[in-house]
Ligand binder design. Sequence first.
Ligand SMILES: N[C@@H](CCC(=O)N[C@@H](CS)C(=O)NCC(=O)O)C(=O)O
Length: 216
Amino acid sequence: MPELELIGGSPSNYVWACRIALAEKGVPYRHTSAMPHTPQVDAIHPFGKIPVMRHGAVELCESRAICAYIDNVFDGPKLVPADPVQAAQVEQWISIVNTTIDPVWLRQYLRAYVFPRTPDGSPERDTIAAALPRMEQQFPVMDRAVSTSGHLVGDAFTLADMNFLPILFYMTTRPESSALLERMPALKRYLDGHMARQSVKDTMPTMKPGSPARAA
Ligand SMILES: N[C@@H](CCC(=O)N[C@@H](CS)C(=O)NCC(=O)O)C(=O)O
């Protein structure tokens, strides 16, 4: 079988989720770092987003599609349970994480720190202030979601957790989100427990101090 190539900078939460999935499956692969909207990304993603993937003649974009391919083509533990209810619950949480959590916690809150649109490069305080009330509502929801089993679905580490964990990790890098997390005991246990997984440790983005999530 040809070697799989995953393309995209490691700080991206979507790239990180795919790398955790590859590690959990035990799939050997080549990781090529690339920013969004660069030629090798644009060649595969119609809107230039990372990650993208190449495996022989197969080219794919969008993390969910890439992970579906990885799960179905390669041996190894299933990323999505066979049980139809749990499989649907995994899709439900991936959708919630990617359409409700990511836009506020990363694209709005963290972006205002990492890619501020201020003249002097200081954090965008008004954007941060606008995100916080929504995060105050969303953190307890996610805390409750993991409080029973320490997982989003059933009692196993699934693709839903692989999508959520990178986003949650980035919340430890900024003061307001870090303080919020301190008030969420189940979420904190969930984060600490799963950050210790080999697949997560092995794929941890290399970050320069002060510049976490450059491409998140
Ligand atoms: N739905 C996409 C989202 C990917 C995404 O938004 N990636 C970010 C980096 S974390 C990106 O490429 N942003 C550039 C842009 O949106 O133009 C997926 O699941 O792969």
